[in-house]
Ligand binder design. Structure first.
Ligand code: FES
Ligand code: FES
Length: 153
């Protein structure tokens, strides 16, 4: 089936079965590989993107569901040449090692700051709760979100 998607503000067309996951479409059809495949079952957070501003697991979202929403991936988070404050803060706090989980965490953090510009530490922990990081950068990621909240957009 043909689907029209809005991804990072650009209209995209894909011809895939309706049960195809958004994660698969982003990576395999649109070449947006910043969104990672981790578990494929909604358990790790590696595949998170924004759908109408909410952080969602793209491995659990079908292309059909995604077609009615504005999708933002990590490739579309920056404003032109300017990184999103969350991206800057993750770099400043060195909140990554292998980086596999990073784009998912960044998307959830960006959604949190849109919703709650000055989150408490509990808010930040709750927003990052579903993100597994084998390298254990949790403490630095929390500091990065606090830093981004201080800087604002
Ligand atoms: S790949 Fe989607 S939550 Fe793990
Ligand atoms: S930085 Fe390696 S999995 Fe998180």
């Amino acid at each position: 089936m043909n689907f029209r998607l809005s991804v990072n503000g650009i209209e995209r067309h894909v011809d895939v079965p309706r049960s195809t996951t958004l994660l698969s479409v982003l990576r395999n059809n649109l070449g947006l590989t910043g969104t990672r495949y981790g578990c494929g079952a909604g358990q790790c957070g590696a595949c998170y993107v924004l759908a109408d501003g909410r952080a969602v697991a793209s491995c659990l979202t079908t292309v059909e569901q995604a077609a009615s929403q504005a999708i933002t991936t990590v490739e579309g988070l920056a404003l032109g040449e300017r990184l999103h404050p969350v991206q800057d803060a993750f770099i400043a706090e060195d909140a990554m090692q292998c980086g596999y989980c990073t784009s998912g965490m960044v998307m959830s953090a960006a959604a949190l700051l849109e919703r709650i510009p000055h989150p408490s530490e509990d808010d930040i922990r709750a927003a990052l709760d579903m993100h597994l990081c084998r390298c254990g950068v949790y403490g630095r990621a929390i500091r990065a979100v606090k830093r981004a909240a201080e800087v604002g957009r």
